[in-house]
Ligand binder design. Sequence first.
Ligand SMILES: [Mg+2]
Length: 274
Amino acid sequence: MKQNVAEVPSLRSEISREQSEAEILPREFARELGEVAVLLDIDGTLLDLAPTPREVWVPPGLAKTLNRLLEKTSGALALVSGRSLNDIDLIFAPDQFPAVGGHGAEMRLSTDGEAVATQAPPMDKELKRRLAAIAKLSPGILLEDKGYSLALHYRLAPHAEKAIYEAVSLIRADLPNAPIEVMPGKCVCEIKHSGFNKASGVTELMAHDPFKGRRPIFIGDDVTDESVFAIMPDLGGLAFSVGRRAKGVAGHFDEPRDVREWLAQLIESAPAER
Ligand SMILES: [Mg+2]
């Protein structure tokens, strides 16, 4: 991301200190894989961002790494994403992973488990219709209706950012009591009901086996991951950010490739099974 590149020179000393921190960590955690829960955001964390959400690419070896982590943690690995579970499964097909989807709207506790809806209320239809019309502001704005939320992607129309947020503000001003939340992301403006978020989804997930009682390690990159960074101390866990140092994290990775390598190292360093 452009803004991160611009930040790098001034943060160089801090970054190199954190990088060495991240180099030490895999071994430390590898011994504890029987006690931790590994929670991973997908876009911008495990996978490089693509021009459109459909174009993301799963590098060879990543699914294998995730499956091995799943084994080593006795099933306590989960993807935590703004994407729906359906969408997550399409990306990683034929593999399925435990996951919190739709910013906490849905959850699946095991690879072969049923997706269960959390307490997420659906969005009002009329509101959705009005928000969807924003996509007509410019070619290149992609509308994604996730059911419980609506996303306006503008990676292909970056000039439209201001107009999108202004249009959303106008609609909100019109409906001051609507329980909705606007989530700015990387070239995406997402609007959902304010009754749930990634943090409520993770809290729910951590209350169930095999996650219950484990120490969560969460890695995420975006603004929507900050709610999860914030609850890690309460869950006795640790958070790491990607691309920038977010508030309250234990360390950070420069890019998704570093996260993938770190996870692979985690398995390499894990003690052999007896
Ligand atoms: Mg992300």
